[in-house]
Ligand binder design. Structure first.
Ligand code: SAH
Length: 231
């Protein structure tokens, strides 16, 4: 069982995010639980303030460390990173993190609890990354306005790797990135549309030939779209 706790100032963002397809089924089967928490719950002042101005000056606001420290403490039951169980991961979403890949998803799918910390504004007080997070992760080289879409992307990729989440476990073995190769092209009926025919080999029923064609087609597509994977 994997429990995903999300800390956010916009917990309603996730209201329906995990209510579709594989993720919905994995939740219904009790393989995963996803809970979005309002960071303001962990403020102690009357106005529930979660942000403040940056020391040293500059644009915008920064998410304060204290409410996040309190939230992670409550959700993990630990007051410092050294106390986390090895099955607990605390992920800070940040464009400054290491880049999320299928390999990182596989690693995280083995945890029993993942706490996601979603930043907003100009980011999060650096001490959260230094002292609380086990992982600082970016979903790609671009800047989002908040960590919420990034947490959604990560949870989607991670949950489908939890054993039992996919009907057919083989589908995670053959798909894109499982061996530095993209998936092969797929076709379904009709056999012809706008003069474009499905490759004949796929209609032969010859499994050996089909497997060979798929491998070559996957290689060609990887060469064309993602030569960096083949280095
Ligand atoms: N000033 C920061 C950007 C802050 S963006 C900088 O230039 O590095 C606000 C929040 O959005 C971040 O705290 C982070 O939680 C989230 N975010 C933005 N881009 C992201 C990305 N590529 N991956 C993961 N989270 C991201």
């Amino acid at each position: 069982m994997l429990r995903c706790d999300i800390i956010s100032i916009f917990p309603d963002f996730f209201r329906e995010a995990f209510d579709y397809g594989i993720i919905r089924r994995a939740r219904a089967a009790g393989l995963v639980e996803t809970v979005a928490h309002d960071l303001r719950k962990w403020t102690s002042d009357k106005h529930h303030i979660v942000d403040d101005r940056p020391f040293g000056g500059g644009e915008g606001m920064i998410l304060k460390a204290e409410p996040i420290f309190a939230a992670v403490g409550d959700l993990t039951g630990c007051i410092s990173r050294e106390e986390y169980s090895p099955q607990t991961r605390v992920v800070l979403l940040s464009p400054q993190g290491r880049v999320f890949t299928q390999e990182v998803a596989v690693d995280l799918s083995q945890a029993s609890q993942i706490v996601f910390i979603c930043g907003r504004y100009e980011g999060v007080d650096e001490r959260v990354g230094e002292a609380l997070a086990t992982d600082e992760i970016s979903i790609g080289d671009y800047v989002l306005s908040g960590g919420e879409p990034a947490a959604t992307v990560m949870i989607d990729a991670i949950v489908r790797l939890v054993p039992g989440a996919l009907g057919n476990q083989n589908s995670t073995i053959n798909e894109s990135f499982s061996e530095d190769l993209l998936d092969h092209p797929q076709y379904t009926r009709p056999t012809e549309i706008s003069g474009l025919r499905v490759p004949d080999v796929l209609l032969t029923g010859n499994h050996g030939e089909i497997a060979r064609w798929r491998r070559e087609a996957a290689l060609k597509k990887t060469q064309r779209n993602r030569p960096d994977l083949l280095k």
